[in-house]
Design a protein around this ligand. Sequence first.
Ligand SMILES: Nc1nc2c(ncn2[C@@H]2O[C@H](COP(=O)(O)OP(=O)(O)O)[C@@H](O)[C@H]2O)c(=O)[nH]1
Ligand SMILES: [Mg+2]
Ligand SMILES: [Zn+2]
Length: 305
Amino acid sequence: MLHGTGGIWHVRTESGIDREASLRGRLKLESKQENALKLAVGDRVTIEPVDASDSWAIAEIHERTSALSRRSPGSGRTERVVAANVDQVVVVFAMVKPEPHPRMLDRFLTIAEANDLTARIVINKVDLASEDAARDRFKAYERAGYALHFTSTKAPHGLAELRDALHGRISVFSGPSGVGKSSLLNALYPGLSLRVGEISESVNKGRHTTVGAFMHPLPDGGYVVDTPGLREVGMWGIVASELDRCFPEIRALRDECRFADCTHRAEPECAVRDAVAAGALDGERYDSYLKLREELESSEQGQWG
Ligand SMILES: Nc1nc2c(ncn2[C@@H]2O[C@H](COP(=O)(O)OP(=O)(O)O)[C@@H](O)[C@H]2O)c(=O)[nH]1
Ligand SMILES: [Mg+2]
Ligand SMILES: [Zn+2]
């Protein structure tokens, strides 16, 4: 399912034909119930021709292998799936213009990790600095195990490798506006013709319209999901005590702490703090962990305390 509005869903068939379909009556009834499976971009569906007409109906929604979703903590089932069957999240930042905020990058990566999705980092606009400077600036992420791409659409650079990484997969593209997401997709796939310099996010916010995710089929196989942003997904559903699992380099150390429920803030014999002191764990990443944890704890208190 590629996208949909007003009950009409655009479905790409296995043979590559796009069809418009509406939900079969039974599914429509079910979807009105609370806790029902709601159709999301990326869902695999079965469509059937509607008797004696040219139209199609979605008869079945298949089980999802993964999902990027927002859940409210505690209340278990209230979940809104932004995109289904996602293979990876591609977080795009620019080397300059706009200046990258590591904390925001860490927030995006945390959201991907919390959804059990692989994340890949793209640092675009390296033509305005240098790849060496970019590598140095983001080395903590490479050390944490993330795949990094350094790209430019202006002095074409790193595009073939990025195209390979997107091939045959469903990727969610995310990142702040102005970093060059649309430019990158256009440079990778000239047929897409996405508008550059568009500030759709803020425009939509102003009008209070909810624009759903949109899935672009890639000419050489795979899909890119354009969503109003991971920001929409937010830190929903992430429990403070589980945040350390969302930082791969902290996750690798957490079992070595003396206390099983170590917050890695002030406890004695904390493997995480020891690693920061020894320079083995990046101080900025550790700071992000502390700040995000504080944020999660105060929102948990607001909700339950
Ligand atoms: N110098 C430079 N500018 C770029 C590059 N990629 C995109 N831009 C510019 O950055 C601005 C924002 O690009 P856009 O693709 O709309 O960003 P988006 O908001 O992330 O989709 C536009 O003016 C682009 O021309 C790049 O690699 N180098
Ligand atoms: Mg754009
Ligand atoms: Zn610890």
